[in-house]
Each structure stands twice: as C-alpha cells, then as structure tokens.
Write a new protein. Structure first.
Length: 618
C-alpha cells in the first residue's frame, strides 16, 4: 500500500505542475500521470478497479461542497435549468445515440438504448474541476452546466432501475458492492424507505447537526471537527449505498441542507484538502485504466467511436444552446464542457454486463471510449480558451449568483462587532460574519443573526468567506494576538482588502499602527471620552466648554499615539515622553480655558456696556 501511495504521489507531484505550466490544467495532468504509471505504459500500478471505488469518494465530497455553496432558495431558482435543460440533454442525447446505433448496427434495440443512456452522461468530476480552475463555475454558463450535471446524477437512479427491464438472457451472478439492503423488499416499501432516508438527511441537517457541531466545536480541537466533517460524508455514502441511491446525490442534498448552517465555512475548509486529493486520485485511476491493448488491436474502431461520441454530444449541446437562447460565448463553453462520457458510465457498463445487455468485448470498448473522451475533455476546454480566450475571461466576471457572500467580512461578533454590523446592515450592506465561539453563535442566531463558525486567522476559511471579492474586513475580536494574526494573514493573501481593526489596549494600538491598515478604533476610548465630557457637564461646566475639552483631548491623544508609537519598547524614553505629553495636555486645556474665558468676558462687555455717572458735555 505504501509503495502504491508513493507512486501515485510522485506521479501527481511531477505531472500536475508541468501540465499547469503548459496551460493544460491539473485535470489533464492527473490523467497523463495515470496513463504513464498504468499497466499499459510503465506498469508501475496494476488493476485500478478497487482504487477507483475508493477514489470516487472524491466526487462525493465535491458534490457535498457544491451543495454547501448552494442554498435551498438558490437550488429552487435553478429548478428550470435542472429539469428543462438537464432533462432535455439526457433524453435527446440518449435518443440520438440509440437511433444512430439502430441504423448503423444489427445489435438488439435493448443494447442500443442502454448504450444511449450510458453515453448520455458527462463527467461531473472533470467538468466542475476544470471550470473551477478557470473561474467559470459561478458564472451563468457555469450554473447551466452544473444544472445539467446535477440532473444527470439524479437520472442515474431511474436508469439503474430501467436497465434490468432491458436484460437479455440470464443475469450473471455478482458480488458487486452496489447491491442495496432493500433490493429484495416490495417496490412500495423501497419507495417509502427511500423517501424516509431523504427526509432523515434533511431533518438531520436542519435540527440534529447544529447541536452536534456546537458540542464538538466547544472542544476547540480542529482535528476533531475535521473528523466530524468526514464522518458526515462517510455516513451519507454508507446510507445511500444501503438503499441503492447515488452517494454523490445524497452528499449534494446534505450539503444543500447544511448551506444555511453557521458551520458551513468550517466544513468547506476541512473537507477541501481531502476532496482535492481524492479527485486527483480518481483522475489518475481513469488514466491508468485505459486499455491501450484494445486500442492497439482495433485502433480505427476506438478512434472512430471516440470521435463519433464527442461529435454527437457537441451537436446535441449546440442545438440546446440555441433552443435555450444562450449567447455565442455561453453556448460554445456549454457545448465544449459537456462533450465527454462520465464516470457513472463505468458503473452502468458493469451492470449491463451482468444483465447480459453487453458482452465483454462491447463493455471493454465502451469503457475505453468513455475514458478517452474524458481525457479529451480538458483538451477541448484548453482549445476553447485559446480560441475564445478574451470572451471566456470576460464571461467569468458575470454576477456571482450561486454564492452571495457579503461586501464586508466582520471577524468577531461580540459587543463591539455587533454595533458595527447593525450600523452597516441598516445602511444596506451585505455582511459575512465569523466568530470562533459556539456559545456566542448560538446566542446570536436566536435573535436572527446569521453568523458562521470559524477561526478568521485561517487563510482557507477567510477565502471561503469571500475575502477575495469583499471590499472590507473588520477585525473586531477581543484577543490582541489573534487580531494581529488575522490582519497579517489577510494582508499577505488578500492585499486589495481594506482592513479596519478594534484595538484592545494601547500596546495593541501601537502594533496595529505599524501594520498600516485603513483604520483603528480603541474599544473603550470613545465611550470613556463621552462619559468624561458628561462628567464635566455634571461638574457645572457648560455643554460647549465640555464638548470643546473632549475634542481637544481626542486630538491631543491621537497625536500622542503617533509620537509615542515610535518609542514603544524603549521604557525609559517612553516614560519621559508620556510625562511630557501629559504636561502638554494640561497646558493645552488650561490655555484653551483661559482663551474661552477671555472671549466670554469680551462678549459680555459688548453686550452690556458699563454705566458711568459722568454728565455728557453740552
């Protein structure tokens, strides 16, 4: 196992950076790495079947993360492209492929229909990963592509149910891992169990998950939270496999349910590394599983089938882009992105072989054709990027309608942060609020505030919160060291993000001043100064005089901050400077009071001139 892991890791580390430098993308790099180490090239690894079953877990995680970014309201808005565009693509592609096979071959119609359904699907993993790398996943075109892929994942369920009806001859016995626990039950019981399972996932995400997350988060152990995140995905996979449904679809549904959770961002950043590694492993296994011996035995047949598949899917997708009135740029990207076979084809081919719909030779040919079309997909996207580079880039600047992150990120939502948040929300600004205290989050959510759990000093979490697109970061945490960590990280990774910070004490203020952020406000200074002004009024000073004293004090103190910050760390010089500034402040206030008294006396004399007993001259 360790030797295999070493081979996979070396292949990825060498191939992917080279592919990225050549502008080919990471997906093609993984696929090339798999081809090189596979049994038909260098033969460093053997059969990939078991490894692929494990690597498919990466696809499940990817759909879970996509679900986390797609709130139920947004999913409801996408219902028309999911059902209309996605349904049209699957039905039309399957019918066209089946029709062409009926006209050109003498195979049974059941075989041709099964082939049409199998080849109508596209690769969720390759397409979404490729679009994400190019920043096109969240554009309008990316949403349409995602809608089609989501419908395809849903369509796998009825396709699996339909294939036994197309069986030819006797069904081969199988110990396949895909058999469900409820397959022997009556149909109506299976339907009830399926509905109950989906309801359980929704109910668990809405009610059970929050207390569990809160309990684990109270430990403040990141590895335990990561374990909980993985536990959720693994449990969903086991549950969906048990009832014969798509684990990827179940994970996506759970992600959508948890999209409203305050722990969403923490889940994203904890699962993301595992998703990336497992997806990379999946792409490698696809590349390593290509049967080059079959290509050598019948090269013209394989090439003709691959080209025919890609051309048919391009034609159907181009027709749909016209019917659904996509722009030229949107239509070309939509067409090119989905013109390949999908990973679910491997599952369907295996089932068709067991049912006698495919013979071994046809099943092997379909597997090779699908794998090669998946290899071609990143190449098609690279070609599209070269030919439509400028327009493709401009399309990526479309409004982000999937992920509605705020214009302002507030890190720390205690007494200080809440005042800022209420003011900004009242002015119509959208906020993303982060806090690392589960009890504080629980309290705030009771009053309708939407707060996410997480440590804002983590680059991945701040990125997931939308720091790359936000206009302002307000650091309102009450831990000075944590505040400085957040600012350093934000300045290093998001240099265009404006930063305002809460200063806990004078030392913290000096540290913040040296970081050259957009603004600093000491947490107790304003309130204490206002109370001091009120104290002057209570002591008999006029409101004008008290307000004037407060303004002078503020101006002098801010000037002192700038002067004394340069001396911080030198205790002797700092102490002398502090005493000197205190004397200066007393002198400034005394002189101002004398000036005010003189002005008031002058005003009084002008208003009431002195009366004398002198007799005016005749």
């Amino acid at each position: 196992m360790l030797t295999s892991a070493l081979i996979y890791l070396c292949a990825a580390v060498i191939s992917v950076p080279i592919a990225k430098r050549l502008g080919l993308g990471s997906v093609l790099g993984y696929l090339i790495a798999g081809v090189l180490i596979g049994p038909f090239a260098l033969a460093l690894v053997g059969d990939q079947t078991e490894v692929m079953h494990f690597a498919e877990f990466g696809v499940v995680m990817m759909l879970f993360l996509i679900g986390l970014e797609l709130r139920p309201s947004r999913l409801w808005q996408l219902r028309k492209p999911i059902l209309g565009l996605g349904g049209s693509q699957v039905a039309l592609t399957a019918l066209v492929i089946a029709g062409l096979l009926i006209l050109s071959t003498d195979q049974p119609w059941q075989t041709n229909l099964a082939l049409g359904l199998t080849l109508a699907l596209s690769s969720t993993a390759i397409v979404l990963q490729s679009l994400a790398e190019r920043g096109q996943l969240k554009t309008q075109t990316g949403q349409n592509i995602f809608a089609v892929l989501l419908f395809q994942d849903i369509a796998v369920i009825p396709i699996l149910a339909l294939l036994p009806l197309l069986a030819i001859g006797s069904i081969a016995p199988s110990n396949d891992h895909g058999g469900s626990w409820i397959s022997q039950l009556p149909t109506y019981v299976q339907v009830l169990v399926t509905i109950g399972t989906i309801a359980l996932i929704i109910a668990g995400g809405k009610t059970i998950s929050a207390p569990v997350f809160r309990f684990v988060a109270e430990s403040h152990l990141r590895e335990v939270f990561t374990a909980l995140s993985l536990l959720i995905v693994v449990a969903i996979v086991v549950l969906m496999n048990a009832i014969g449904l798509s684990p990827a679809l179940g994970a996506f549904l759970a992600g959508v349910v948890l999209a409203e959770s305050e722990f969403r961002h923490e889940l994203e950043v904890d699962i993301e590394p595992f998703k990336g590694l497992l997806l990379g492993l999946f792409f490698i296994t696809v590349g390593a599983g290509i049967n080059f011996q079959l290509m050598l035995d019948a090269p013209l047949t394989v090439v003709a089938c691959v080209v025919a598949l890609v051309l048919v899917k391009l034609a159907v997708l181009a027709l749909l882009s016209v019917l659904f009135r996509f722009s030229r740029n949107q239509g070309t990207l939509f067409t090119v992105a989905l013109a390949q076979g999908g990973e679910f084809a491997f599952v369907l081919v295996s089932l068709c072989s067991q049912l006698g719909i495919f013979d071994v030779q046809l099943g092997g040919l379909v597997t090779v054709v699908v794998a090669l079309s998946m290899v071609m997909s990143p190449l098609l996207l690279v070609m599209h990027e070269r030919w439509f580079g400028a327009t493709a880039q401009s399309s990526s600047t479309e409004a982000d309608t999937i992920d509605s992150e705020g214009e302002v990120i507030i890190a720390g939502y205690g007494r200080f942060g809440q005042i800022i948040g209420r003011l900004l929300q009242a002015q119509g600004y959208r906020l993303t609020i982060l806090d690392h205290s589960p009890s504080q989050i629980d309290l705030l959510r009771r009053f309708g505030n939407k707060v996410f759990y997480g440590d804002a000093a983590r680059h991945d979490l701040l990125e997931a919160a939308g720091a790359a697109d936000a206009r302002l970061l307000v650091v309102a945490v009450d831990d000075p060291d944590k505040s400085l960590d957040i600012i350093k990280m934000a300045q290093r990774h998001f240099p265009n993000l404006q930063i305002l910070a809460r200063a806990v004490d004078r030392r913290h203020t000096y540290e913040l001043m040296r970081m050259n952020i957009a603004g600093i406000r000491r947490e107790t200074f304003d309130s204490a100064l206002n109370l001091g002004v009120q104290a002057l009024r209570v002591l008999g000073n006029s409101s004008e005089l008290a307000q004037r004293a407060g303004e002078l004090f503020m101006a002098h103190d801010e000037e002192s901050l700038r002067i004394l910050s340069n001396l911080w760390g030198d205790d002797k010089s700092y102490g002398v400077a502090v005493r000197q500034r205190m004397e200066d402040l007393s002198q400034v206030l005394m002189n101002d009071r004398k000036d005010r008294d003189a002005i008031n006396t002058c005003h009084a004399e002008l208003k009431h001139p002195a009366q004398t007993d002198a007799v005016p001259p005749a």
